[in-house]
Design a protein around this ligand. Sequence first.
Ligand code: FAD
Ligand code: DHB
Length: 389
Amino acid sequence: MRTQVAIIGAGPSGLLLGQLLHNQGIANVILEQRSGEYVLSRIRAGLIEAGTADLLDRAGVGARLRREGLRHEGIEINFDGKRQRIDLQKLTGKIITVYGQTEITHDLMEARSTAGVPTIYEAAGASLHDIATDQPRVRYHKDGVEGEIVCDFIAGCDGFHGVSRQTIPEAALRHYERVYPFGWLGVLSETPPISPELIYVSHQRGFALCSMRSFTRSRVYIQCRLDDHVEDWPDERFWGELKLRLDPQSASAIVTGSSIEKSIAPLRSFVAEPMRFGRLFLAGDAAHIVPPTGAKGLNLAASDVYYLSQAFAEFYDTGSSAGLDGYSDRALARVWQAERFSWWMTRLLHRFPEDSGFDRRIQRAELEFLASSQSAQAALAENYVGLPY
Ligand code: FAD
Ligand code: DHB
């Protein structure tokens, strides 16, 4: 098979890149190791920046998000039993939208199959070859038969554990990493949200986040131990723990119910530089991970893919590789801003087991400063709603 851009991974990065390239008349094939149903079953991000929503519109897949997404003008930070609202709309003029990653993936999959652009699901053992030449290739197995895609470029959109980044010679990449000493236990349940706006909670028992997917569906996370297992957290224990971490008014608004999904995610900050080797370009979680506290992972994936699609369009329209040569620096400038903010939000709101009494006092002083200072709130809001592309 021959194409212009071979895309590895049908997560949000790969699907959105495929859609943007198709709209620009650039042929592409996506190779995904899992089935479409499996990709859709992964419950992950929920918070969409205005810039990401605009990009989905531009890609022609934003209509349902505009119709069904929940528009949020503010969030709450809850500590010492107090509730501090951050008025995103007033402070930045921008809002955010709650719309599940699963829904975005669904919309992109549907647009792709309607347009008849090929995706090869359940492609096993993908391997990348000749990535430093101008005719790279991807080999894979499907139903026991070997396949090969010959292309001009490869886009590695295969997430943190994918094969693309691992194909780059070790000496050509620098890694920056921080692993946090706790995880997030996430629960999806068919119960109304605890509050109309998202609540981020800093509590001595640990962080909590009350989010939602609709007026009847809650998405809630609590900080847990790294060695915790989902089986350690039956629903009653989960709701009981959440109640202990919330202020009395929010706690009394909890409607408990059985969970539809429950999972534990470790927290990590990670960046691989540069985001290119030869004709292989990395985008999204394949190149960087942020702890989810700042809600930046999916939004960063979208900005990478936007820059990359522009660079490919420039190459095919004019023959210039300036955009491709500048891609890594352009994307990384934004990535590091999101890394900084996500690290800061994580540090501000979680209970770090190794913290001394001094560290805890500093953390509380920072929260009090945030509650009393308009400019501190404005800085948080500016980063939270998303920096311009
Ligand atoms: P992925 O979603 O990981 O997709 C990669 C795809 O590549 C997968 O489908 C995988 O099966 C496939 N693949 C892997 N290896 C291969 C291979 N060898 N061959 C073929 N295919 C392969 N972000 C936000 O912006 N806002 C939020 O509110 C938010 N909340 C989050 C909450 C949680 C609990 C978690 C865990 C994450 C959250 N994120 C959030 C982050 C967001 O989910 C990710 O950043 C996003 O999924 C990245 O998309 P991606 O397409 O780059 O990677
Ligand atoms: C959600 C996840 C996040 O990590 C976050 O910061 C906000 C919302 C969510 O899944 O709704």
